[in-house]
Design a protein around this ligand. Structure first.
Ligand code: PGA
Length: 257
């Protein structure tokens, strides 16, 4: 079905949002989403997902009910339960109302030493729990400058997608590490090249790969979203900073056309 991929705009709130502000942001988005679907509204043509801190899951699951906005986690442990102080299992996320989970974000890879092997186990845990894994890949600045971006991402994909992963359980997010939170983005040509490369690699890795959405992430803003979302093989965006402002996140969603 390839060509029929509906775009996904996902907000990664990271470690931001006390209860009152997170709830206000979610309510604002839910309100916009409900209004957009009314007869006089301006419907958006993408799926929406918010990934708040885990402390907000239960409140947000309630606040987002009826809005059509999905709820997701930012990480999960690979085990179902056990002696892992401070961790949350994919089953716990599911139980708290999540449908998606971000896996292998570069901040997890760098701050928590997550290898491709760990990322792969976490993606398998997401599948086990019935969550969609949003698996993040992306090169560092040094790797981009030395011409290794494509091979680094190919290596990450090969090492972190579990065998037999169903297309419906997987979203890929291409996030160049140097573009995250910096205000810098790759050129449209570089994004197009990388997304075509990822799509080709997915084709060799799993059945029905044409159904897997490949998001772009890294300094997506209302000002550059339309351009990035129009690039061939870009099936949505993973948004950090701009997802913390309802009007900005909504403007990015509207940029899906
Ligand atoms: P940013 O973050 O939009 O703030 O660059 C993106 C991300 O890390 O997912």
């Amino acid at each position: 079905m390839g060509q029929g991929r509906r775009k996904l705009v996902a907000g990664n709130w990271k470690m931001n949002g006390l209860h009152a502000e997170g709830l206000a942001l979610a309510r604002d988005l839910a309100h916009r989403a409900v209004a957009a679907r009314r007869p006089a509204g301006e419907p958006i043509s993408c799926d929406l997902l918010v990934c708040p801190p885990a402390t907000l899951f239960f409140s947000l699951a309630e606040a987002l009910t009826g809005s059509g906005i999905f709820l997701g986690g930012q990480d999960c442990h690979q085990d179902r339960a056990g002696p892992h102080t401070g961790d949350l299992s994919a089953e716990m996320l599911k139980d708290a109302g999540c449908s998606h989970v971000i896996i292998g974000h570069s901040e997890r890879r760098s701050e928590h030493g997550e290898s491709n092997e760990i990322v792969r186990a976490k993606a398998a845990a997401a599948r086990r729990a019935g969550l969609v894994a949003i698996l993040c890949v992306g090169e560092s600045e040094a790797e981009r400058v030395s011409g290794q971006a494509l091979s680094v991402v190919a290596h990450q994909l090969a090492g972190s997608i579990p065998d037999g992963m169903a297309a419906a359980s997987l979203v890929i997010a291409y996030e160049p590490v140097w573009a995250i939170g910096t205000g810098r983005t790759p050129t449209v040509a570089d994004v197009a090249e990388m997304h075509a490369h990822i799509r080709q690699r997915l084709g060799g890795a799993l059945a029905e790969a044409g159904d897997v959405r490949v998001l772009y992430g890294g300094s997506v803003k209302p000002t550059n979203a339309a351009e990035l979302l129009a690039v061939a093989n870009v099936d949505g965006a993973l948004v950090g900073g701009a997802s913390l402002v309802a009007a900005d996140f909504w403007a990015i969603a509207r940029s899906c056309g």
